[in-house]
Every structure is written in C-alpha cells, then in structure tokens.
Design a protein around this ligand. Structure first.
Ligand SMILES: [Zn+2]
Length: 115
C-alpha cells in the first residue's frame, strides 16, 4: 500500500487543516469529533527553500534541502527537497519517504522532486 499523509477536513465547513488542530480555524468545530481525515495531494508548487550544510553525523547526506510547498488544494506544507537547481514557483511532486530514522521508529514525510 502506498503511504499517504493526511489532512483534517472539517465536516461542518470543509476547511482543511494540516497538521491536526483541536478546533477548526474557520468555524471552531471540535477537531476530535468533527474532522474527517483526507489524503493530501502530492503535487504542488515550490514557494521557498533553503539548504542546510554541515549536518550532524546522524544525517547521511552532505546537505539537506528543505522547502515550503503549496499543494494543489492550497495547503502549505514543509518537506525535504531533492532538486539540484530549485527555482521558486516550480512544479514539484512529493513522495512519502522516511525523512528521519530513530532508534525506535522511522518518521515519514514529504520528499519533493521536480515534477
Ligand atoms: Zn469548520
């Protein structure tokens, strides 16, 4: 099964939230009882990015790219970017991959590449 990252959609007004909130930011419905989980789209546009160099030893890469992406549904998410020459506004598509390995569990998140 392909992994997904889920957003939280208010049943009352349709507002989409990510990450989870306890109350709807639009109508203040209770998130525990009145949100549906919906898979986030994978395609979007790169709004901004940065590269981090000189990472601590637990990262196995020389540099880490981080970006903020506006998904097709207008939601903004942060994720890793694996793009050699990123440009603002470029189309990207996110895969859901392990972004951090801990001793006890793997954390999954978006890794964006050029569309
Ligand atoms: Zn709402």
């Amino acid at each position: 099964m392909e992994r997904e990252i889920f957003g939280y959609k208010c049943q009352k007004c349709g507002t989409l939230h990510y990450p989870f909130r306890m109350v709807c930011k639009n109508c203040r419905a209770n998130g525990y009882f009145e949100f549906d989980t919906v898979p986030l789209p994978h395609a979007g546009k790169l709004l901004t990015f940065t590269f981090i160099h000189n990472l601590p030893a637990e990262f196995e890469v020389a540099r880490l790219g981080l970006g903020i992406v506006e998904l097709e549904n207008g939601l903004r998410v942060t994720g890793q970017i694996q793009i050699d020459d990123p440009k603002l506004g470029m189309d990207v598509v996110g895969a859901i991959e392990v972004v951090k390995r801990d001793a006890y569990d793997n954390r999954y998140g978006f890794v964006f590449r050029a569309a």
